[in-house]
Design a protein around this ligand. Structure first.
Ligand code: PEP
Ligand code: MG
Length: 898
């Protein structure tokens, strides 16, 4: 089998469909090469070799591919007209990682490989540029040292050993910038760097280019299992066995002088989705300089440059002179780049994120990939591409990542609060959103406060975990394409970068703006959409479903074949869900209505009552409260189906366990404290989740079912009088036998008939059941003969199928997941293999006796994308999920049907 794939000079062995094998970068380099985009020639070592390396080790891999690699290097040599390791006409290469999905900054890269004391002289002579040659050499030792030889800072307080040497020299020479080094300085640096390597590793820096190449290839494979990469993989759920490919390519130089440069660009705005070509570049620099956020880069387009200047408060004349765009500085290169971005976006039919280098006036494209974007940009781009005719409706729906919609459902700053806000500084709007929190200065301290804002001079990939925890990210340096910005956009996290007015002192843990000093723990707020940094806390409001978001939802409903309902326990939640397009309620947990203070009192009296009479008395008090709630919910749902579940939880959850509250209750009920204590003790259970709960309550205390039925039916009748037709679906929880259901069904129907007679009026209603005990799934054919509908309660079904207590699983599930005993938390992601069988069996058997049986799901899984897809494939009529998941479920339901 082929393990190494060549590309370059308008041909390639691979193509863009081979991402799993060649990695995203490799597959796209091959594709670009075949469609005539100028990419530096090179080759890709497959992800399978990475896996083979992990299994068999370096020796085996060298044996397998050494010849291929020699062959491929010869191919690059012939295309570039240079020779690897040659002292007169040397070829240098880059070695980069590339997994099947892009993991920005998570893995390692080595540039300028093939350099040694002789090659540097040859390069200097050939290019007639000593400065460039020696600068490339010192960069190579620095990168190779860090990536391959482990020359990295020992701790977070430590500085990079190579940076330290450079700082010393700058101090000695009284200069500030890397670009101010003389040729002699660079030679000294190379000498000192090599010396530092020898001291720290005990080995000479490798001079043989082939040894260097193998060192770098193996280091890239190893970086797949580095801490950063593992954290990123786990965060995104990417499996370890994917592996990374390695891309080796001829070097092209952005640092050969003022006719060279390098940059990153996007075919559309990754923050807002706006259709404007944009990006950043640096003259006389190598790729890493742009993304590392060390020098603040300039804009690609004139329009972008003007927008930047406005934010940075730079005058137009100053801008045009000192920060010109590429469009103004190198118009013909810009024109060429602009044509490639157009070709590539049309070719891939999605927004592209590209890297390019200009070497001595010639443009090379180093990389293209589908660009990371915010949730808002994702939705806008999908709808715009559809409107532009580049993709069809189904493709637009598939372009939206369900979980990313979540970002659009988060609160935004309240515009009226924003008017009063004290804006203390402004940076680049690197990733939109509203974030408010307390200042922290170190990524590993982001969890110090419940809401924190990570404030850094610049971020590095090591900060990833902290960036994920923080509510927002603020950096003093870096552009729109710095790691901080790219990663934040990927996470959908609010981020402001390059806020030059901030002075950050890590030692004192202070942030100074003008003459005002902010300390760790002080509140600040970030508006990632404008770049405004605001003092203190700013109020937020709920988002709404409008614009392109509403359009994509409407489109989803067109293709969706399954309804989306919501789990809502109050009129307020029901209204929110309706706003998000819920087509009914799949579960109202009536017990949640009793948690409020005045209600829980009546509830406790009911539970503590010794006689049926006493219990009925207390239930009388609860009746009007429930009826009001139900009316509110029916009203909010505007005639859509509403499923209301009878009381479910163990009663002891409602009684007071603290002495003081027990005493209050005793006083209020005019009974002894001892009586209260006795009752509480009596309700104590060893296994409450398997105890006196669900329909077992209604069957032992039928008066509870009677009261709840009355509240539901009366509410429906009251609404009918007001002209709102609703058809309640009364749901019996936790049945395991047919008889359990029949007994409840009889009480419900008798009660309803009584009310119909009392009121001399009627409403239609259904009586169905939850399937959440494995036995119920197995008996579904018989149960369906009696029940009007089924709703799978996969929380309990998971609990009982696995035998994992819902209340106690937190103790061992994380360890199980870490050890790989379980792939993920089955309470979060439906276990399709096992629990899923019960869902399938239940549905099939139920429909075997009642072919048109209505079936849905109301466990937490109803809002989880992979589980929703499973529900669709099982033939469910609807899924029900929490209000904020409704748009996600609508989208997934459509994607499943496409
Ligand atoms: C379930 O068990 O899945 C369910 C929806 O009910 P609850 O979570 O209230 O037990
Ligand atoms: Mg349940």
């Amino acid at each position: 089998k082929a393990r190494v794939f060549k590309f370059g000079n308008k041909t390639a062995d691979g193509n863009s469909t081979m991402k799993n094998l060649l990695g995203g970068k490799g597959a796209n380099l091959a594709e670009m090469s075949s469609i005539g985009i100028p990419v530096p020639p090179g080759f890709t070592i497959t992800t399978e070799v990475c896996t083979e390396y992990n299994l068999l080790g370096q020796g085996a891999v060298v044996e397998m591919i050494n010849e291929d690699i020699e062959d491929c290097i010869a191919n690059i040599e012939s295309q570039m007209g240079t020779i690897f390791g040659d002292k007169d006409n040397p070829l240098l290469v880059s070695v980069r990682s590339g997994a099947r999905v892009s993991m920005p900054g998570m893995m390692d890269t080595v540039l300028n490989l093939g350099m040694n004391d002789e090659v540097v002289l040859g390069l200097a002579k050939k290019t007639n540029n000593e400065q460039f040659a020696w600068d490339s050499y010192r960069r190579f030792i620095q990168m190779y040292g860090g990536v391959v030889l482990g020359m990295k800072p020992a701790s977070k307080d430590d500085i990079d050993p190579f940076e330290e040497i450079m700082e010393h020299l700058k101090e000695k020479r009284g200069i500030e910038l890397d670009t101010e080094f003389t040729v002699q300085d660079l030679k000294d640096l190379v000498y000192d760097f090599k010396d530092a390597v020898k001291k720290r590793t005990g080995q000479d820096f490798p001079t043989n280019p082939w040894n260097q190449l193998w060192g770098a290839i193996i280091a890239v494979f190893n970086s797949w299992n580095g801490d950063r990469a593992i954290y990123y993989r786990n965060m995104n759920g990417y499996p370890a066995d994917w592996g990374t490919a390695v891309n080796v390519q001829a070097m092209v130089y952005g640092n050969m002088g003022d006719n060279s440069g390098t940059g990153v660009c996007f075919t559309r705005d990754a923050g807002t989705g706006e259709n404007v070509f944009n990006g950043e570049y640096l003259i006389n620099a190598q790729g890493e300089d742009v993304v590392a956020g060390v020098r603040t880069p300039q804009q690609i387009t004139k329009l972008g440059s003007q927008r930047w200047a406005e934010l940075a408060k730079v005058e137009e004349t100053d801008r045009a002179k000192n920060y010109p765009s590429l469009e103004e500085l190198m118009p013909s290169i810009f024109k060429e780049l602009n044509s490639y971005q157009d070709i590539l976006e049309k070719h891939y039919r999605d927004m592209q994120d590209m890297e390019f280098t200009i070497q001595d006036g010639k443009l090379w494209i180093l990389q293209t990939r589908n660009g990371k974007r915010t949730g808002a940009a994702m939705v806008k781009i999908a709808m715009d591409l559809l409107k532009e005719g580049m993709i069809n409706e189904k493709e637009a729906i598939l372009l939206v990542e369900p979980n990313k919609l979540d970002e659009l459902l988060h609160p935004v700053f309240d515009p009226s609060a924003l008017k009063k806000a004290n804006v203390i500084a402004q940076g680049l709007p690197a990733s939109p959103g509203a974030a408010t929190g307390k200042i922290v200065f170190f990524a590993d301290e982001a969890n110090k406060y419940k809401n924190s804002i990570l404030v850094r001079i610049e971020t590095s990939p090591e900060d990833l975990e902290g960036m994920n925890i923080a509510k927002g990210i603020l950096t003093a340096r870096g552009g729109m394409t710095s790691h901080a910005a790219v990663v934040a956009r990927g996470m959908g996290k609010c981020c402001i970068s390059g806020a030059g007015a901030l002075k950050i002192n890590y030692k004192k843990r202070t942030l100074t703006v003008g003459d005002h000093i902010y300390h760790e723990g002080d509140w600040i707020s970030l508006n990632g959409s404008t770049g405004n940094i605001i003092e203190g806390k700013v109020a937020t409001i709920e988002p709404e479903l409008s614009g392109e978001f509403a359009e994509i939802m409407k489109l989803s409903d067109k293709y969706s074949k399954m309804k989306v309902r919501t789990n809502a326990d109050s009129p307020k939640d029901a209204k929110v869900a309706r706003g998000f397009g819920a087509q009914g309620i799949g579960l109202t947990r009536t017990e949640h209505m009793f948690f409020e203070l005045d209600r829980i009192k009546a509830m406790r009296e009911m539970i503590l009552a010794d006689t049926v009479k006493g219990r009925k008395q207390a239930l009388e008090d609860l009746l009007p409260m429930q009826r009001d709630d139900f009316e509110g919910i029916f009203e909010a749902m505007e005639g859509h189906a509403v499923t209301i579940r009878l009381l479910d939880p163990p009663l002891h959850e409602f009684v007071p366990h603290q002495l003081a509250t027990q005493k209050d209750l005793a006083d209020e009920m005019h009974i002894s404290l001892q009586a209260v204590k006795n009752k509480v003790a009596e309700l104590e259970e060893f296994n409450p989740m398997l105890g006196h709960r669900g329909c077992r309550l209604g069957n032992t205390y039928p008066e509870i079912t009677e009261m709840q039925t009355r509240a539901i039916i009366e509410a429906a009748l009251n609404l009918k009088e007001r002209g709102v037709i609703c058809k309640p679906e009364i749901m019996v929880p936790l049945i395991g036998t047919v008889k359990e259901f029949e007994a409840q069904d009889a009480i419900i129907r008798t009660t309803a008939n009584t009310i119909f007679e009392e009121r001399n009026d009627k409403v239609e209603y259904l009586v169905g059941t939850m399937i959440e005990i494995p036995r119920a799934a197995l008996m579904a054919d018989l149960i369906a003969e009696k029940a009007d509908f089924f709703s799978f309660g996969t929380n309990d079904l998971t609990q009982m199928a696995f035998g994992y207590s819902r209340d106690d699983a937190g103790k061992f599930l994380p360890i199980y997941i870490e050890k790989g005993i379980l792939k993920n938390d089955p309470f979060e992601i439906l276990d399709q293999e096992g629990v899923g069988q019960l869902v399938k069996i239940g549905t099939e058997r139920g429909r075997s006796t009642k072919p048109n049986l209505k079936v849905g799901i109301c466990g937490e899984h109803g809002g989880e994308p992979s589980s929703i897809e499973f529900c669709y494939n099982t033939g469910m009529d609807y899924v029900s999920c929490s209000p904020y998941r409704v748009p996600i479920a609508r989208l997934v339901s459509a994607q499943a049907a496409i």
